[in-house]
Design a binder for this molecule. Structure first.
Ligand SMILES: [Zn+2]
Length: 147
């Protein structure tokens, strides 16, 4: 989804309805925080954002809603490791840098990253996509040593 302006309540209701999601109050609150800008958020971060400005939304509701949005293609799950899942409001194909120091994701445009070979897929499967996470950290080596 391309977000060119902050969606208002009517936009958010329309977006959910187009995806066959019943726009309940809590889903709207979560969707509003999530789609306010293009971002990568964890469920915990989204829970904090939602609860900063609205009435209490439970952790279970945030998780269930994110799963529903992912299932309907409104967000993309980016699994960094088994303890860290981010939800990406940009659903088109792209890759990521994951900074382990700051625990943040940055987009890598697909045109600048090439996958030259994918091995034969297991029988009975089709390729859904290729998503690469490049893990990065601060280089603590002195600049002169790197040269
Ligand atoms: Zn992304």
């Amino acid at each position: 989804m391309i977000i060119d302006k902050t969606p208002d309540r009517a936009d958010t209701i329309k977006l959910l309805r187009q995806s066959d999601i019943i726009p309940t109050h809590q889903r709207l609150v979560i969707a509003h925080a999530l789609f306010a800008r293009q971002q990568h958020v964890s469920a915990e971060q989204l829970l904090d954002m939602v609860n900063q400005s609205h009435t209490e939304v439970s952790k279970a509701t945030v998780y269930n809603t994110l799963n529903l949005f992912a299932e309907k293609g409104l967000v993309r799950e980016v699994i960094v490791d088994r303890n860290r899942v981010f939800y990406d409001t940009r659903v088109s194909a792209h890759h990521h840098f994951f900074d382990v120091d700051s625990c943040t994701l940055t987009d890598i445009e697909p045109r600048v990253m090439h996958v030259d070979y994918v091995p034969p897929l297991p029988e009975g499967t089709i390729q859904e996509g290729v998503s690469i996470v490049v893990r990065i950290r601060r280089n603590h080596a002195p600049a002169s040593a790197a040269a």
